[in-house]
Design a protein around this ligand. Structure first.
Ligand SMILES: Nc1nc2c(ncn2[C@@H]2O[C@H](COP(=O)(O)OP(=O)(O)O)[C@@H](O)[C@H]2O)c(=O)[nH]1
Ligand SMILES: [Mg+2]
Length: 436
């Protein structure tokens, strides 16, 4: 699939030291040779751990004692020969081993994501799986983990394979007809019947996938903004949901000016919660005015709004609005409006019910657990493919139809990474850590 790499790379693949154990991985043609240089005894059997002393070949210094594992290619993660050293996770041990490796011919430290990049170049993983892996490494909640695993499991890759196979068959059908009609043998050419219908059906499936909740929201968190007039109890509710005193609260109107944000997980759903200045008309000082403008923009971009003001004062926005009646513990003195879900951010009354409502609204914006979800890059490529297929219905010219099918297949190849530019790969792998 690609020219084999001549350089051998190594990196610390476990977490930051100090730690109990450090895993240093080596990948490339000189990996096994490097393992031999670090030890005085024979290498353990492939894929079996062996206890070895790690020795600096230059000085003869004993660096550490640990486990050594060898994975001869090509059935390895990267597709190359790989070695793992499980050493003690101290900075000095790791530095000693890395320095010893760096001095060996043909070895160098890996760049971020370079192991995974080699896995991709050697056909061990496709781009959808790699994006799933990136999400898995970044996952903080169980929901994110499940979606990432679904991506890595290849559900999307399989679906794309099915489409690509069907499109290639249709392209062959169109091609055959072109060849025969060149020879004037229209009888033999067969009909183009059904090609446009098949293309339309596949485009429809793609469009349904594109319309599903995107992966980005799951990765970045659903944006939940608290809005309402000054003094409604927005910051107190923010603190309650965040679980600490993050925002200053006071009986003085106009206390909050900046936008505060906190990433939280409610029932495993990743959310970004925002607090902001209360919306009010009239004369306020310049700084509060700026805060109010920012609050307006925030509400307009939120996925879900917790509205603590009168129903008729609700901002006109696209997001879902949950109407809340705050300060319920104050009884008769509670703030109007007496509508919506009654809560008290002070006593905790109604907070569980509110969390239920937030989670229900959030879930409808997220991919179903276990379903694959498309990233922005994947949606764009799929949309190009669907658009090319929709063109097929607009013409009866075989040459144009053939071209549409080529474009549709090309867009799918971009999606899976069969065809990629270095820029796309650089962008993707730059998000990975060194050692992955
Ligand atoms: N009794 C009671 N007081 C509240 C409640 N929520 C907020 N407050 C009080 O109302 C005042 C304004 O609250 P704050 O959260 O700063 O309002 P914001 O301007 O909307 O952010 C503060 O004195 C809070 O202590 C509540 O649920 N019950
Ligand atoms: Mg406030």
């Amino acid at each position: 699939m690609s020219t084999p790499q001549t350089e051998t790379i190594f990196a610390l693949s476990s977490g930051q030291p100090p730690a109990a154990i450090a895993v240093i991985r080596i990948s490339g043609p000189a990996a096994l040779e490097a393992a031999r240089s670090l030890t005085t005894r024979d290498l353990p059997q492939p894929r079996r751990a062996g206890l070895r002393r790690f020795i600096d070949p230059a000085s003869g210094d004993l660096l550490d004692e640990g486990l050594l594992l060898c994975f001869p290619g090509p059935n390895t993660e990267t597709g190359e020969d790989m070695v793992e050293l499980h050493a003690h996770g101290s900075r000095a041990v790791i530095r000693g081993i890395e320095e010893a490796l760096a001095r060996l011919p043909g070895l160098r430290g890996a760049e971020p994501g370079e192991f995974t990049r080699r896995a991709f170049l050697n056909g061990r993983m496709d781009l959808a799986a790699i994006e799933g892996l990136g999400d898995l490494l970044a996952a903080e909640t169980a929901l994110q983990r499940r979606a990432a695993m679904a991506m890595m499991g290849g559900g999307l890759s399989r679906r794309i394979d099915e489409w690509a196979t069907a499109l290639r068959r249709l392209a062959a059908q169109v091609e055959a007809r072109l060849d025969f009609s060149d020879e004037g043998d229209v009888e033999q050419a067969g009909a183009l019947d059904g090609v446009a219908e098949s293309c339309g059906a596949i485009a429809e499936e793609m469009e349904a996938d594109i319309a599903r909740p995107p992966a980005d929201r799951l990765r970045d968190g659903i944006r939940v903004a608290i809005g309402g007039p000054p003094n409604a109890g927005k910051s107190t509710l923010f603190n309650r949901l965040v679980g600490r005193d993050a925002a200053i609260t006071s009986a003085q109107a106009g206390t909050t000016r900046d936008i505060l944000e906190a990433s939280i997980a409610l029932r495993a759903i990743p959310l970004v919660l925002f607090d902001s200045a209360g919306l009010r008309e009239g004369t306020v000082d310049e700084i509060e005015r700026i805060g109010i403008d920012r609050a307006g923009a925030l509400l307009a971009s939120a996925d879900i709004i917790l509205w603590l003001g009168p129903p008729d004062g609700k901002p006109y926005v696209e997001g879902r609005i949950i109407q809340i009646h705050p300060k319920a513990d104050m009884g008769e003195n509670s703030v109007p409006p007496a509508s919506g879900l009654s809560i008290s951010a002070v006593t905790g009354e109604g907070i569980d019910a509110l969390i239920d409502l937030i989670c229900d609204a959030a879930r409808s914006l997220l991919p179903l657990p276990g379903d694959y979800a498309l990233s922005q890059r994947q949606r764009a490529a799929m949309a190009r493919s669907a658009a090319a297929l929709r063109e097929v219905a607009l013409t009866s010219d075989e040459i144009l139809i053939g071209e549409c099918l080529r474009q549709a297949l090309g867009a799918l190849d971009e999606l899976t990474g069969r065809v990629t530019t270095d820029a796309v790969l650089d962008e993707l792998f730059s998000g990975f850590c060194v050692g992955k």
